[in-house]
Design a protein around this ligand. Structure first.
Ligand code: CUA
Length: 323
């Protein structure tokens, strides 16, 4: 299962492709730069003093000259740190303002992000789309900026939404709506994860953001709006799905399943991974998952379905038609 991320570069906060992440990177490098200069000066003076004034065999035991009440020295070592703190405060305040108070263009994409133990629900209220764990957003270039604004909610405990190359962490808190935005200007897949301990599978609450040119995004939207094709050859699998506990937690458009506790499965097979990034979405993995999710993700809240081999095969065959 470790192959799932092999083709995607490691997510680094020092490699931003979106304005909020870029602003944060600039302020981080600026702060690191100032503190590095302080470190070199203080460390250098300390090393010099240790070496230059170390004990010699021919020292007498008298105290060196003591310096008290020098106004210029005390003024300098009060003023300089105050100025440094002031500069750091002002630049940080400016960055916070830039990240938190953007102007919202009328054609911005809106997404409701709902964090669950241990997966992400994405709802596009203006587009009528619901998906999970893999967020699709359009490329936002300088000519036609189309940022995506995320409204973050939690269905249970506190989580934190973090895609290092796109934006800083934003807490996702029950009974509260936090907001953030991204405007990625390089197409690609960006990995993210929950950044606030939220229970057993916090570490496997992964997410992907798929940034694609507007035409590809519009094609994805159109496909997600379609009901899944009805395939008579998997009717038995569909019947198993509709007659077991699956329907209590999952939604599949056009069926009796309208549960909201687990991910919407209407277009399950358009997603690259299952179990919030725990494995690639192949038929074999899907079979292992449905048989007993705890094998892949110990502590997962989805119960083992305890189906016989034949029923399990038929159910997975049905799920595999959900494009
Ligand atoms: Cu959700 Cu940690």
């Amino acid at each position: 299962m470790g192959d799932s991320n092999s083709k995607i570069p490691v997510s680094s906060v020092f490699d931003p492709v979106s304005t909020p992440a870029h602003e944060i990177n600039v302020i981080a490098l600026f702060s690191i730069g100032i503190t590095a200069v302080i470190f070199v000066i203080v460390g250098g003076l300390l090393t010099y003093a240790i070496v230059r004034f170390r004990r010699h065999p021919d020292d007498d035991d008298r105290e060196p000259p003591q310096v008290y009440g020098s106004n210029p020295i005390e003024f300098a070592w009060t003023t300089v740190p105050v100025l440094i703190v002031l500069v750091l405060f002002l630049t940080t305040a400016r960055t916070i303002y830039q990240v938190q108070a953007p102007t919202r263009p009328p054609d911005a994409i809106s997404v409701r992000v709902i964090a669950h133990q241990w997966w992400w629900e994405f709802r596009y209220p203006d587009l009528g789309i619901v998906t999970a764990n893999e967020l699709h957003v359009p490329l936002s270039d300088r000519q036609s900026p189309t940022p995506t604004f995320l409204a973050l909610e939690s269905a249970d405990v506190a989580h934190s939404f973090w895609v290092p190359r796109l934006a800083g962490k934003t807490d996702v808190i029950p009974n509260r709506k936090n907001e953030m935005w991204i405007d990625p200007h390089v197409a690609g897949t960006y990995l993210g994860q929950c950044a606030e301990y939220c229970g057993t599978e916090h570490g496997l609450m992964l997410l992907r953001v798929i940034v694609e040119p507007r035409a590809d995004f519009d094609r994805w939207v159109a496909a997600q709006k379609q009901p899944p094709a009805v395939d008579a050859s998997v009717a038995h699998g569909r019947q198993i799905f509709e007659s077991t506990a699956c329907v209590n937690c999952h939604t599949i458009q056009g069926t009796a399943a309208v549960g909201r506790f687990g991910p919407d499965l209407t277009h399950l097979m358009t997603r690259v991974t299952i179990g919030a990034g725990v494995a690639m979405n192949t038929r074999d993995h899907l079979r292992v998952w449905v048989d007993d999710p705890n094998v892949m993700k110990p502590g997962a809240l989805m119960p083992a379905m305890n189906l016989g081999d034949k029923d399990l095969d038929d159910l997975v065959a049905y799920l595999a038609t959900l494009h």
